[in-house]
Write a protein that binds this ligand. Structure first.
Ligand SMILES: *[C@@H]1O[C@H](CO)[C@@H](O)[C@H](O)[C@H]1NC(C)=O
Ligand SMILES: *[C@@H]1O[C@H](CO)[C@@H](O)[C@H](O)[C@H]1NC(C)=O
Ligand SMILES: *[C@@H]1O[C@H](CO)[C@@H](O)[C@H](O)[C@H]1NC(C)=O
Ligand SMILES: *[C@@H]1O[C@H](CO)[C@@H](O)[C@H](O)[C@H]1NC(C)=O
Ligand SMILES: *[C@@H]1O[C@H](CO)[C@@H](O)[C@H](O)[C@H]1NC(C)=O
Ligand SMILES: *[C@@H]1O[C@H](CO)[C@@H](O)[C@H](O)[C@H]1NC(C)=O
Ligand SMILES: *[C@@H]1O[C@H](CO)[C@@H](O)[C@H](O)[C@H]1NC(C)=O
Length: 498
């Protein structure tokens, strides 16, 4: 029953808690298996809510700072933060405005304001979180004057300074025909408008901030099989002369459908299992992976510049519960295994899929949410190595997923999770000790009491700093070449070999 593969070092044996474990060979990385960047797990924050997340000079948001710092402590680098989203194309810069930001809502309960006016003090929020680098969103929609775009770009490069990683010009413009532009606005019109406005941005930035131009993340389209894209394709866009001057540094696509200004208050759905389906994750990412291959000739890294689990800011009972954390781990590692270079998990105040609520708003107190713990597990699995590669371990069930994390020729870590039934994993090989860190909560529908490796990052404890709440260290000894780990239903483990 036990098969031993000495050239791999570890073999996974997976079985229902009560059934016979069966051996599963762990695939080795191939020559073209890409190295995963250390800032793989990054963030996107809705433009309108960035001051709520980051605070400002006099009132910095230390909770957000702590939560971002945790990634640096685990991976050795800070995550990147993209400031943008739908509200970016409704945000106008006014050099004379004293207030940092003015949000104008159509209906007070809407998820997002319809108009955002910001002034120079908005940029204080870029200096409250430590040495984070930003991708800053510019409004491509506003057409009153090019001066406003120039001013906004010049102020951004001046005020953000060396912490500016890239610009982004326009968000999800494949939805624009019939919305910000006429119904017959074509992909060629878009390519020409972007080319024109990106040159304006570049000139304004080079004037205000001499030195190399940072470049853009683009085109920030949402192209998904279940969204009517009206013939707009990423491949087609580049055949129309889009970005002829090659100002793009990173490709960005979004993985969620259009966000709406109208708040949809979902009734609680108690089926977090819907998210925790490996087959669905594979299906959902297959189009992005194909697109990244089709566009590889452009020579830019392929990122998901705004993404999260379910469109429309998430759904209560599905994306604000522990099941979402398990989805996060599986989704992220599948993406990492397929050459997607970065994930920007989208955040906004009171969003149902947010990793944290940064301030008290609409009766919701600051809190670390379950998805954050999934992100921490991914960061811990990838660790602080420069050479990490991820291989999926193919399993039969939709409800199970496992990955091997390679830092060298043999896997140093295994991530395995199960959403419905408990399974047991046995490792065999020459390793002597295995450290077990669990991503766990009272249930898949839990909104609180989530931990990873016995550590809580909850607001109530130390404002997002790590606090060990379960001191039991799980270290297993390999006996006769075998070690066995139980994975309770709706939980995941990170096994680290030494
Ligand atoms: C800084 O944030 C505080 C708290 O939200 C707010 O009262 C203050 O007006 C902000 N300062 C500026 C310059 O916007
Ligand atoms: C906005 O400006 C661009 C660039 O000048 C132009 O191509 C486009 O037609 C304008 N759109 C509208 C709706 O005014
Ligand atoms: C697009 O529609 C606008 C009015 O909505 C019209 O003025 C314009 O001529 C149309 N352009 C083309 C190329 O059909
Ligand atoms: C998982 O998703 C796949 C594809 O959508 C579906 O065929 C399958 O029934 C789902 N499995 C479960 C356990 O829900
Ligand atoms: C995943 O893809 C399926 C179709 O394959 C679609 O029905 C579903 O809405 C997608 N889910 C997400 C979260 O993107
Ligand atoms: C565009 O720039 C990227 C680097 O950002 C480079 O890899 C690529 O080869 C360039 N493409 C062309 C056509 O010069
Ligand atoms: C969460 O943990 C707290 C503190 O340990 C405990 O009092 C509470 O009962 C737990 N809640 C759940 C739902 O397990």
């Amino acid at each position: 029953m036990l098969s031993f593969l000495p050239w791999i070092g570890v073999v996974l044996l997976l079985g229902r808690s009560n059934g016979q474990p069966h051996p599963i060979a762990i695939p080795s990385p191939k020559a073209n298996t890409a190295v995963v960047p250390k800032d793989f797990h990054s963030f996107s924050i809705e433009f309108a809510f960035f001051p709520d997340y980051a605070g400002n000079k006099s009132h910095p948001n230390r909770f957000t700072k702590n939560l971002l710092q945790n990634f640096k402590d685990i991976t050795g680098v800070y995550p990147l933060v993209r400031v943008g989203g739908t509200s970016q194309d409704h945000s106008d810069y006014f050099p004379d405005q004293e207030e940092n930001i003015k949000l104008i809502y159509e209906h007070p309960d809407d998820d997002q304001p319809i108009q955002i006016n910001y002034g120079p003090t908005f940029f204080e929020s870029y200096h409250t979180l430590g040495p984070i680098k930003f991708l800053h969103g510019l409004n491509m929609n506003q057409n009153r004057s090019m001066e406003q775009l120039q001013d906004a770009a010049a102020e951004a490069c001046t005020a953000i300074g060396p912490q500016l990683h890239l610009f982004e010009l326009g968000n999800e413009w494949n939805f624009v025909p019939g919305e910000y532009r006429a119904g017959n606005y074509s992909m060629l019109d878009y390519a020409q408008e972007w080319n024109h406005k990106s040159s304006i941005v570049k000139a304004a930035v080079q004037n205000a901030c001499p030195g190399p131009f940072p470049g853009f993340m683009a085109p920030s389209f949402v192209l998904l099989t279940f969204v009517d894209t009206k013939g707009w394709t990423a491949e087609g866009l580049y055949h129309l002369g889009y970005d002829q001057k090659n100002l793009t540094k990173e490709l960005s696509f979004h993985k969620q459908s259009k966000t709406s200004h109208n708040c949809v208050r979902d009734t609680a759905l108690t089926q977090p299992e819907n998210l925790m389906n490996h087959t669905k994750i594979v299906e959902n990412l297959s189009y992005q992976i194909k697109r990244s291959e089709n566009l590889a000739y452009l020579g830019h890294p392929f990122t998901l510049g705004e993404m999260n689990s379910i469109a429309g800011q998430g759904r209560t009972g599905e994306t604000n519960v522990f099941g979402d954390a398990l989805w996060m781990v599986d989704f992220s590692l599948w993406a990492a295994a397929h050459n997607i270079k970065r994930l920007h998990l989208h955040q906004g105040l009171n969003y149902r899929y947010a990793s944290w609520q940064p301030i008290l708003s609409k009766g919701e107190a600051p809190a670390t949410k379950p998805p954050y713990y999934g992100q921490v597990m991914v960061a811990a699995a990838l660790g602080d190595s420069e050479h990490v590669r991820v291989m999926n371990i193919p399993l039969k069930e939709d409800t199970e997923a496992a990955y091997a994390i390679y830092d060298a020729e043999s896997p140093g870590k295994i991530v395995a999770g199960s959403s419905l039934q408990g399974v047991s994993v046995q490792g065999s090989g020459h390793h002597r000790h295995i450290r077990v860190e669990r991503l766990i909560a009272p249930g898949s529908d839990s909104t609180t009491n989530v931990t990873f490796g016995g550590v809580s990052y909850d607001y109530e404890l130390k404002h997002g700093k790590p606090v060990t709440v379960n001191h039991e260290k799980e270290v297993l000894e390999v006996r006769d070449g075998v070690v066995s780990v139980e994975i309770p239903a709706s939980s995941a483990v990170l096994l680290s070999f030494s």
